[in-house]
Design a protein around this ligand. Sequence first.
Ligand SMILES: NC(=O)CC[C@H](N)C(=O)O
Length: 434
Amino acid sequence: MSAERDDIAHSGAFSTRPAQFETEEAEAEECRGHAEAGFRELAAHGPVTGERVLAALEAAGLEPDDPRLSGSWEGFGDRAGEALDEDAFCDILPAHEASLVRRALTGRLASEDFGAFRRRIANLFYYSAEETSGRIADYIPELAKADPEAYAMGACTIDGQRFELGLREADAGRAFCVQSAMKPVNYAVAQELLGATMVHRHVGREPSGQSFNEITLDEHRRPHNPMINAGAIITTALIKPGASVDARFDFIRRVWRSASAGDACGFDQATYESELGHADRNFALAYFMREHGCFPDEADLHEALDLYFRCCAIETDVRRLAAVAATFANGGVCPVTERQVFQRETVKNTLSLMLSCGMYDFSGEYAFTVGLPAKSGVSGALMIVVPGVAGFALYSPRLGPKGNPQRGVEFSRRLVEAFPWHVYAPIVVDPGLG
Ligand SMILES: NC(=O)CC[C@H](N)C(=O)O
């Protein structure tokens, strides 16, 4: 910088930043602009009433309990039957909600035509319901009680447009435990607490090519990756090892809650106890790992296992699990609450390992045919992440030979046939929501 320009920059004569009131005014103007544009879009198709505004928001996939739009739902709800002119519309619409409302009303959310998106997804869902092969997991006796016919799907875009489907009336809201779908979350939590470098001193990032509960370690005597039992027991051991199991579990559940758009997750006590009573393999795995010095110094084997079983028994439904998947899809920010749950770097690492290792020893096949990061659980849970686009959650308890839900896998295949979301699809077709 020349001496003269340096002088000017430091003299205060030319402020480079606008004063606070100027910023506020510019922001207010921008919000007003959003509101006017939203109003005009609606007015072009008939008289604007509060009811029409809310119907249009809902048609765009935004829901009445969406915390980003609480003022709009209340304000327009109160004036449901009233014809509104532009000024009335702009007065009702809170300034901080104007940008989202404009995008919803003008078809500029992640899914531009949400109705069409919904129909296409529903089509895939019902076709994949025809897949009826597979068996329910029974090595944890409580899981064997699941209804084999149950089938549900939840979707949430990175703009928080949501919907759920159930094969039968009760399916969409059915509660189930996450089982191995906890693994990406605990891996992410461990990274947030310790950083990826430290975490990977204790766990590798290579697919094992073997079943999810195989007793095996890599050449550095670490579990192969955090997406199989051995690796997940270690990432769990890394989470606040000095604290009580209760406190650690509360902490992890709070993370689930944040990623589930603020909806608390339950706990399936019966499955937890059932697993605890039939956990020889996981105990064998843990002792084997302790023998090889895999646990961090401060960790207690029994506490780590107890916490691991508790996390597997976290209870959710497709709506909440889709929000978790969408949080990953959205770089760690929950789309509905706009809260940063995970750092971007954490998400990048987690998705990388979901892509290469998320489906146990079916991961290579899934990466080849579906090409999306995903994580299954023996309960029948499946979380699919479409980075930068949306998250999907499936529940279907019948599992294939490698322990992955059959219908969920079938849905995944159809999903990337219908939408160009395979990681390498852009090589072949134009990307976009279609
Ligand atoms: N694949 C899974 O979902 C395994 C989780 C189960 N709780 C176990 O440890 O065996």
